[in-house]
Write a protein that binds this ligand. Structure first.
Ligand code: HEC
Length: 106
């Protein structure tokens, strides 16, 4: 490989590494991120602090809120929903990943 190519490759990986270190996630939060990106971003934004194409921002959602909304399509007692609608279908496939989702979104 030519020297310039090696230099370019090296600086690219440095950039990648610094990019990651800014938001270093623990293993559970990282798993939550993957579940979120694969199961939720059809409607919610890839950046959970932003409103998505269909659903509102979900950054800061508690485990209690996730369990209620994602599994039972309801809200914890006394919780004021961000939207008055009832568009989101239940997502039972993520039942085992609620703690991971909560770790990622907190
Ligand atoms: C089909 C689109 C769709 C999918 C898929 C979806 N959501 Fe939603 N979500 C919505 C919409 C729309 C709302 C606003 C309330 C409503 O209409 O149900 C919402 C609301 C929420 C809320 C409540 C926000 C608040 O504070 O009021 C949470 C939490 C949430 N979604 C989490 C998730 C998670 C986690 C996933 C993936 C496992 C997911 N959603 C998948 C559309 C979706």
């Amino acid at each position: 490989m030519r020297r310039e190519a090696l230099v370019a490759l090296a600086s690219a990986s440095v950039l990648t590494l610094t990019g990651c270190s800014q938001e270093k996630l623990g293993p559970e939060a990282e798993r939550g991120r993957q579940v979120y990106l694969s199961q939720c971003t059809a409607c919610h934004a890839a950046d959970p602090s932003q409103p998505g194409p269909v659903g509102p921002e979900v950054k800061g959602s508690s485990r209690e809120l996730l369990e209620a909304k994602v599994l039972r399509v309801t809200y914890p007692p006394g919780y004021k929903p961000k939207r008055p609608t009832n568009v989101m279908p239940p997502q039972p496939q993520v039942a085992g990943d609620i703690p991971a989702l909560a770790a990622y979104l907190k």
